[in-house]
Design a binder for this molecule. Structure first.
Ligand code: NAD
Length: 427
C-alpha cells in the first residue's frame, strides 16, 4: 500500500497567544546577543501536561474538565506560576503565560523558571462544592509534576487563597504531613505571607510611581482608568486612590463606571463584596462599556483584566499618556506597535505585575525557613526588588533606544542565558 505523506503537525501549544509570546521573544533575541543554545532552548516549553478531570456535579451527573500545566524553563530553579479557572484556558495560553513567567522571574532575579496551568471551566456556573472537587482532583493529578523544589503553583484568574488552601491540603494529605511551601498565595493561617494578596496591585503602582518620577510627573495629579477590578485591578485602584491619584474609571466583566471627578474606590469595593461585581452600580457615576473605558481621555491606563485588550483595532483610539500592564499579555503585538508609533510608553507586564511572584517568592522562603516577616518588612523588600528591576529596564531602554518591553525582555533573557551557558546541555 502506498504511503500517505502527512505534513508535520504544528506543535500542540502553537496558538495565537503563543505566537504573540514567541514573536516578542524572537524580536528580543535579535537585540539580546545570546548564543544559539539560548534561543533553541527557550522557544519551546520544557514540559506540557494535559489532564481530563472527571468530576461529580451536584446533581449527580459527571463532567470531564480539561486541565493543563506547562513548565517553560527550569534552568534558574523550580518553576513557578499561577493556576487559572477560565473557559479560554488551553495549552497555548498556558505555554505563552509560562514563557512570560520565565522572563518575569528572571527579570526580578528570583531563583525560579516559569510555569502556568489551569482548568477550562466557568466558575460562575459552578457551586463551591464543585470548584472544591475540581481543585482537589486537579491537585491529585498534578502531584507527580509539582513540588516545593520542582514547580510551585499560585493563584491566577478566578482562583484565590481558598483554592490554594485546598491545593496545599490535598498535596499534604498525599504526603502525610503539612507542606505549606507547595503553593503560594495561601491563607496566612496555613503559612501564607502577609501582603501577598495586595502584592501584585501594589507592585503595579510602585512601577507606575517610579515611571512618573522618571517622566517628571506627579502621580497625585494623574487621572487613571483601571480595567479589571479583581485582585490586581482592585488593589491597584486602591493604591492609586490612596496616593491621591484620581481614579476616574474602573471596570470588570460586567462593564465599567466613570466619574471625571474621581471614583470613591472604597465604596466600590464594598459594593463588589456585597454584589459580586460592579453590575448595577449607578450612584454618582456614568455606566460605560469596557471598550469605552479603554478609549477614555486620561493620563494612565492600567490594564488589569486579561490578555489581548489593546489590539490593532483600538490602539489608535487610546487617549492616555501611559499604559501600565497589570494583566499578562493585555497588549497584542500590533497594539504595541501602534502605541510605540504614537509615542505612548507601555510599562510591560513582566515588570509591572511582578509584585505577585516576588512576594510569592518571599512566602516560599518564609515557609521553607518556618520564619515569618511582618508587613512593613515585606513591603520594603518588594519596593527594593521592583525599583531595582524598573531601573535596570529603564536604563537599558534609554541606552539602547528600545521600548521598555524590549528592554525588559532583553534583561530577562540575558539572565536565563547566563545560567544556560554555565550549565550547558545534558548529557
Ligand atoms: P481576578 O479574577 O481577581 O480579576 C480579574 C478582573 O477582570 C475581574 O474584575 C473580572 O471581572 C475582570 N474581567 C475579566 N474579563 C474582563 C473583560 N473582558 N473586560 C473587563 N474586565 C474583565 O484576576 P486577577 O488575579 O486580578 O488577574 C488579572 C490579570 O492579572 C490576569 O491577566 C492575571 O494573569 C494577571 N496577574 C495576576 C496576578 C495575581 O497575583 N493575581 C499576578 C500577575 C499577573
Amino acid at each position: 500500500m502506498a504511503k500517505v505523506a502527512h505534513p508535520a503537525p504544528t506543535l500542540e501549544w502553537d496558538t495565537p497567544l503563543y505566537q504573540q509570546a514567541l514573536t516578542q521573544l524572537e524580536h528580543a533575541l535579535e537585540l539580546a546577543d545570546v548564543p544559539d543554545l539560548t534561543s533553541t532552548r527557550l522557544r519551546h516549553p520544557e514540559r506540557c501536561v494535559i489532564f481530563s478531570l472527571p468530576i461529580e456535579m451536584d446533581d449527580g451527573s459527571y463532567r470531564s474538565f480539561p486541565a493543563y500545566r506547562v513548565q517553560h524553563s527550569s534552568v534558574l530553579g523550580p518553576t513557578k506560576g499561577g493556576i487559572r479557572y477560565d473557559e479560554a484556558v488551553d495549552l497555548g495560553e498556558c505555554a505563552a503565560l509560562a514563557m512570560w513567567m520565565t522572563w518575569k522571574c528572571a527579570l526580578l532575579r528570583l531563583p525560579y523558571g516559569g510555569a502556568k496551568g489551569g482548568v477550562r471551566c466557568n466558575v460562575r456556573e459552578l457551586s463551591m462544592n464543585e470548584v472544591t472537587r475540581i481543585t482537589r482532583r486537579f491537585t491529585a493529578e498534578l502531584a507527580p509534576f509539582i513540588g516545593p523544589q520542582l514547580d510551585i503553583p499560585a493563584p491566577d484568574m478566578a482562583t484565590n487563597e481558598q483554592t490554594m488552601a485546598w491545593m496545599m491540603d490535598t498535596y499534604s494529605m498525599q504526603k502525610g504531613y503539612a507542606v505549606p511551601e507547595i503553593v503560594t498565595g495561601k491563607p496566612i493561617s496555613i503559612g501564607g505571607s502577609v501582603f501577598r494578596h495586595e502584592a501584585t496591585g501594589a507592585g503595579v503602582v510602585m512601577v507606575i510611581e517610579r515611571a512618573c518620577s522618571r517622566l517628571g510627573w506627579d502621580l497625585a495629579t494623574q487621572r487613571c482608568a483601571v480595567q479589571g477590578f479583581g485582585n490586581v485591578g482592585g488593589i491597584a485602584a486602591t493604591e492609586l486612590h490612596d496616593k491621591g491619584a484620581r481614579v476616574v474609571a474602573v471596570s470588570d466583566i460586567s462593564g465599567g463606571v466613570y466619574s471625571p471627578a474621581g471614583l470613591d474606590i472604597p465604596t466600590l469595593h464594598a459594593y463588589v463584596a456585597q454584589h459580586g461585581s460592579l453590575e448595577g452600580y449607578t450612584k454618582d457615576v456614568e455606566r460605560i462599556t469596557n471598550e469605552e473605558l479603554l478609549e477614555l481621555e486620561c493620563d494612565i491606563l492600567v490594564l488589569a483584566a486579561r490578555e489581548d485588550q489593546v489590539t490593532g483595532e483600538n490602539a489608535g483610539k487610546l487617549r492616555c499618556k501611559l499604559v501600565a500592564e497589570g494583566a499578562n499579555g493585555p497588549t497584542s503585538n500590533e497594539g504595541d506597535r501602534i502605541l510605540a508609533e504614537r509615542g505612548i510608553p507601555v510599562l510591560p507586564d513582566i515588570l509591572t505585575n511582578a509584585g505577585g511572584v516576588t512576594v510569592s517568592y518571599f512566602e516560599w522562603v518564609q515557609d521553607l525557613g518556618r520564619l515569618f516577616w511582618d508587613r512593613d518588612e515585606i513591603r520594603r523588600r518588594l519596593a527594593d526588588k521592583m525599583s531595582d528591576a524598573f531601573d535596570r529596564v529603564w536604563n537599558v531602554s534609554q541606552e539602547r533606544g528600545i521600548s521598555l518591553r524590549d528592554a525588559a525582555l532583553v534583561a530577562a533573557i540575558r539572565e536565563v542565558s547566563g545560567a544556560l551557558e554555565a550549565r550547558g546541555v545534558y548529557p
